[in-house]
Design a protein around this ligand. Structure first.
Ligand code: 6PG
Length: 229
């Protein structure tokens, strides 16, 4: 089954739909397997979602494990840090156990011995250039097929970034992209309708092995998709 596309009226509608999505997946996983493993996206788009998760209907916080899809190579209190963004919007809430981790801790969280961990749900954003997580066009991390976490220099931002790799992201039971704003229209069209290589449009490399892939987008981001949107 190819990616599902849901075009919603506004950024708020994307946030509300995503919050319900996370809520439903969290309780289903916690009730079925005793925990909910969630990989968080960075950037700005998911900030409203994280605030909604903290303020909205209760989640199984004591059985929820957070990891990060990627991180900027900056201190956790740096304004650029994804951890800081998520900590302020969600993790520092009194009821949330925090777990921001990298490969060595990930392997403790997913001790099954499987080649790659399978998150119940991975949240991803889409950059205007087609990057996702910190998998940027023509970056070394794109070719990582063994490690769970890759770090590499990102020329565009003149900084090192750390990211979950394609094999981990594609091992997820479910991947949910949140894409909002007209500045994403070009990238979204290239992801959903284009044929560019992953090297150029890395988000095209998100093809879950057996999991479900859904794009929650607003009308502005869907503008480039034509009538089929
Ligand atoms: C990051 C994110 C990145 C983000 C996109 C979209 O560290 O920046 O993980 O992949 O999701 O750049 O960012 P916005 O939501 O801010 O547009």
């Amino acid at each position: 089954m190819g990616p599902q596309l849901r075009v919603l009226e506004s950024p708020d509608a994307v946030t509300r739909t995503a919050a319900q999505w996370v809520h439903d997946r969290a309780w289903a996983a916690a009730n079925a397997r005793g925990r909910f493993t969630l990989a968080l996206s960075g950037g700005n788009t998911p900030r409203a979602l994280y605030r909604q998760m903290a303020a909205g209907p209760r989640l199984p916080w004591d059985r929820t494990v957070f990891c990060f899809g990627d991180e900027r190579n900056v201190p956790p209190d740096n304004p650029e840090s994804n951890f800081r963004m998520a900590r302020e919007a969600l993790i520092d809430q009194p009821f949330v156990n925090q777990s921001a981790d990298y490969e060595q801790t990930l392997r403790k969280l997913f001790p099954s011995g499987a080649s790659f961990p399978s998150f119940d749900l991975v949240l991803l954003g889409l950059g205007p250039d087609g990057h996702t997580a910190s998998l940027f066009p023509r970056s070394p991390a794109l070719s990582e097929q063994k490690r769970w976490v890759a770090g590499n220099w990102v020329e565009k931002f003149k900084t090192h970034r750390i990211t979950l790799t394609f094999p981990v992201l594609n091992a997820a039971a479910e991947v949910l992209f949140l894409v909002v704003g007209e500045d994403k229209a070009w990238a979204l069209r290239n992801v959903l309708r284009g044929k560019a290589p992953v090297e150029e449009i890395p988000a095209r490399g998100i093809v879950p092995t057996s999991g479900r892939l859904t794009f929650l987008v607003d009308r502005a981001a869907a503008a480039g998709l034509g009538q089929t949107a």
